[in-house]
Ligand binder design. Structure first.
Ligand SMILES: [Zn+2]
Ligand SMILES: [Zn+2]
Length: 261
């Protein structure tokens, strides 16, 4: 049986939460058996942990952290509550954190400080990072290097960089995760990267409720739609869907340590 995994979504968002039972049922119908629910601020991190406890049997796990958009809301280093959440067994990653210079919703220096303390938190917790980078690869890679993020490793989620950027994060041991945009016709460069990333470093995600893959574009995204990204990249790489799904599954087990539990 195929075991699909959505390594990044926001089931803790208002949009998806109100429809959760149906969304989880559709995920199971597509064999999506592991779903990483990612925090974007303190409240949504707490919610991610609550959801993953409540829906453990649906394969939900949590990541806790503060999105770069919101780094200005937490100006003073690692919040106590994230330290305690980071030790929860259902918490398998720290994030999402990173740099977003496209929207600049928090000042760049606040984003950089926040990214640095997330790396510290991940190392303390012994858990991988989930990193968001938009139009900020040079600075983000500098921080990953200077803060020794290779000690905890992690994922560059919804990858949008160049092949050179990919090589740099791969050298640090990071995984690269592709979301809906790889399926959009204009993203030719991204498709080339999805072909070149070593199979043992590649992951798939929805980043739902955002960025639905091409066949569902414009709709609200949800974990079951990860199947389109799986099919698309398997075809790009000229791989059997089963082999591709198996490899991504194994990668997710390695990074999130969720095995066959
Ligand atoms: Zn993100
Ligand atoms: Zn996200």
């Amino acid at each position: 049986m195929l075991n699909l995994v959505d390594t990044h979504c926001h089931l803790n968002s208002e949009e998806l939460e109100k429809d959760l039972a149906d969304i989880l049922q559709r995920a199971i119908a597509q064999n999506v058996t592991r779903i990483m629910v990612v925090g974007a601020d303190i409240d949504s991190s707490i919610k991610a942990v609550d959801l993953s406890k409540h829906f453990a049997s649906s394969g939900l796990y949590a990541a806790v952290g503060v999105h770069p958009h919101d780094s200005s809301s937490i100006p003073g280093g690692i919040p106590e509550v994230l330290i305690s959440l980071s030790h929860e067994p259902c918490v398998r990653a720290i994030g999402e954190t990173g740099l977003d210079y496209h929207y600049d919703l928090s000042s760049r220096s606040q984003q950089r400080d926040s990214m640095a303390w997330h790396i510290d938190l991940a190392k303390r917790a012994g858990k991988p990072l989930i990193i968001h980078i938009r139009e900020a690869f040079d600075d983000a890679i500098d921080i990953l290097v200077s803060e020794k993020a290779e000690e905890c490793g992690g994922i560059i989620h919804c990858f949008s960089g160049s092949w050179d950027d990919a090589v740099k994060v791969l050298d640090l041991g990071f995984y690269i995760s592709f979301a809906g945009p790889v399926t959009y016709p204009r993203n030719k460069d991204l498709r080339e990267i999805a072909c070149r990333v070593p199979m043992e470093k590649l992951l798939c995600e929805t980043d739902s409720p955002y960025l639905a893959p091409q066949p569902k574009r414009g709709k609200m995204n949800e974990p079951s739609y990860v199947v389109y990204t799986f099919q698309f990249i398997a075809q790009l790489r000229d791989m059997d869907l089963e082999n591709f799904v198996d490899s991504v599954w194994n990668n997710s087990c390695r990074v999130f340590k969720w095995g066959g539990e």
